[in-house]
Design a protein around this ligand. Sequence first.
Ligand SMILES: [Zn+2]
Length: 342
Amino acid sequence: MKLRITRIVLSLLLPLCITACVQQQSEYRMHGVVLSVEDLETADWPRIAHENGINTLGTHITPEQVLRFWESERGRKFQEECRHYGIMVEHELHAMSALLPRERFAEDSTMFRMDEHGRRTADYNCCVSSARALDTIASRALFYAQHLTATNHRYYFWLDDGAPICQCPECAQYSASEQALIIENRMLQAIRTFDPEATLAHLAYFSTLPAPRKVKPLEGIFLEFAPFQRRLDKPLTDSLSEVANIGCNAKNLDYLRENLEVFPVETAVVLDYWLDVSMASGWKKPAVELPWHGDVFRADVATYRSMSIRHITTFAVYMDSTYFATYPQPVYLKEYGDALVR
Ligand SMILES: [Zn+2]
């Protein structure tokens, strides 16, 4: 009898739990920061995030680095603290060489990209026309998703950072964005065998800024827009100041609009650089103090919001214990969280 009552109660509660879970996801609006393992190992980021209105922490840089941290005692404590404060955790990873190990070139060079001279090379990325390459990448992405679960069901396995793509006769018809999307679609199918709610990023950045046209995203692929080629002392709407390689800040917004014709705006995330101490330091320690342009940041948030973007995060790499000891009043963290919570 007791068992029967328990079953009845469970059958009544379960739909409520599922509804609550779906509702929680639909109400989730990311206010995030992305940090390296060293930042997470040395500074108490779950507490810092909680105190500053930041609800999502993204780990970075490679799957191997993050997995070592994740499974360490410090990593387990980090996960516990994030649960305690209700902070979501995701992993924003430069992943291609972990997904298709370079040493497999000797075994089958056709899995790797062809350069402009018609030679196969293991330097970057892969051949997206190789079924074997895609199978390998997808199964490795599944492995990392299983071991580095994202509590917000948002996964990020990026191609090699701004690097060349395959130019073999089959791949040459596809742009960098389209080649990326072919890989991402395949990875998402594999990851969903483990996490049916999984979604996966299409990173628009450098050569993948133009929207893909010949390849369509599967349901569950979301746009991640990273305007790396921008000035941080001018708002994104600025079209007067020159920015190398891209023209001006506002050109980024043209690419963003173009991508939002292909990817749903509801799930799109902006990965910006307002708090990126590593960028300000030329990616070399010792870190400089963040040059903070609060007005530019708030103007950019207003611009993104006007385009109906609800998920916003930024690199904050190099904000480790040494950084906070050297520059002990990071007032911009509160300004950042406050503007996004509104
Ligand atoms: Zn190819």
